[in-house]
Design a binder for this molecule. Structure first.
Ligand code: ASP
Length: 342
């Protein structure tokens, strides 16, 4: 096969520089029209038998619906950015997950929502923290990215920006669910922040590769039950809970956010790929090992520049799923000892 000089240089660079290549990926350049999507719905201490069969089914159906929404866009040649936003919106609207409707309560009994989105093609990112009135915070994060000169807006200012952008508003009562309210009451009774992590964690996220070879990541959360003092976790911090860079990887994390911030977890996964030549699974596992070492727990999803998905966790479970052009039926898993979809 004859190879042009630029192709040869590019292949040499691929070999020498690991996955740290610019877009489009070789797969896209070869016209393979590959796409891939992975989602999560939070990690925590999920003992087998703790979920009723109905709940188990409902969680998996929720993940399937998110995968369907994103896959429809990717299959049709849409962007990874649109796909991760669509997948996360479905999870935000599902009261089972700790994001949007179904978010956990703060110590004062409010819902304060955080979200972030990142475009691997441009390294543009948008995020919001502590918002209280936007039905789908992930779309507000996208508006910050596309319609403001900023990356991160917080609290009243972000609520104000949301109104000005004409995003769908929801009264604070919209986010209420009985189950989350009971979790707050239990937290208040015990009055310590580290109750059973099953009750504290949640968060939803998505990572995708589109047919043009671009990756994107999105994360949305209510944070942790009983959070106080305008606490903000890792989800809206670019490089901690959310990160995407074309040709390298896209990541969304969930768990004890403080530790993911301290380890720059999402960016760390990508750096391990780019600079250490690790596979995406090695990078996900290595980053989770670093989180474990400093006492954190949770999990993360990642895809590399070729759309290979990886799931890392140090909890007993993480609601997770994947779908791709090579395996176009949604596949989900919950428990850590259940094989992760590939
Ligand atoms: N990482 C989120 C936070 O710390 C919580 C979670 O994933 O459950 O706000």
């Amino acid at each position: 096969m004859m190879m042009t000089l630029p192709t040869l240089l590019r292949l040499t660079c691929l070999a020498l520089c690991g996955l740290a290549v610019s877009t489009p990926t070789l797969a896209a350049a070869a016209g393979e029209a590959k796409w891939s999507l992975a989602v999560h719905g939070g990690a925590g201490v999920l003992e087998r038998g703790e979920l009723t069969p109905e709940k188990d089914k409902a969680f998996r159906a929720g993940l399937d619906a998110a995968l369907d929404a994103g896959a429809r866009i990717l299959k049709a040649g849409g962007s990874s950015l649109d796909a991760v936003e669509a997948a996360v919106r479905v999870l935000e609207d599902n009261p089972l997950f700790n994001a949007g409707k179904g978010a956990v309560f703060t110590a004062e009994g409010r819902n304060e929502l955080d979200a972030a989105i990142m475009d691997g093609a441009t390294l543009k990112a948008g995020a919001v923290a502590g918002v209280t009135r936007t039905r789908n915070p992930i779309s507000l994060a996208r508006a910050v990215m596309e319609k403001s000169p900023h990356v991160l807006l917080a609290r009243e200012g972000a609520d104000q920006f949301s109104k000005e952008m004409g995003l769908e508003q929801a009264p604070p009562g919209y986010f209420y669910t009985e189950e989350r309210w009971k979790q707050l009451l239990a937290w208040r009774k015990d009055h310590h922040a580290m109750l059973d992590p099953t009750h504290l964690f949640g968060t939803v996220g998505a990572v995708a590769l589109d047919q043009k070879g671009h990756v994107a990541a999105a994360t949305s959360t209510g944070g942790m039950t009983g959070k106080r003092w305008a606490r903000i976790g890792d989800s809206p911090i670019i490089g901690a809970g959310t990160y995407a860079r074309d040709g390298v990887c896209a990541v969304s994390a969930t768990g004890s956010g403080e530790y993911f911030i301290r380890e720059s977890a999402a960016r760390q996964v990508c750096d391990r790929l780019a600079w250490k030549g690790e596979t995406v699974q090695q990078a996900a596992d290595g980053t989770m090992a670093a989180i474990t070492k400093i006492g954190g727990d949770g999990g993360l999803i990642a895809i590399d520049g070729e759309g290979r998905a990886a799931f890392g966790m140090n909890d007993l479970g993480m609601y997770r799923g994947a779908i791709s052009s090579s395996a176009p039926t949604p596949r989900t898993a919950i428990y850590a000892d259940e094989p992760s979809p590939r």
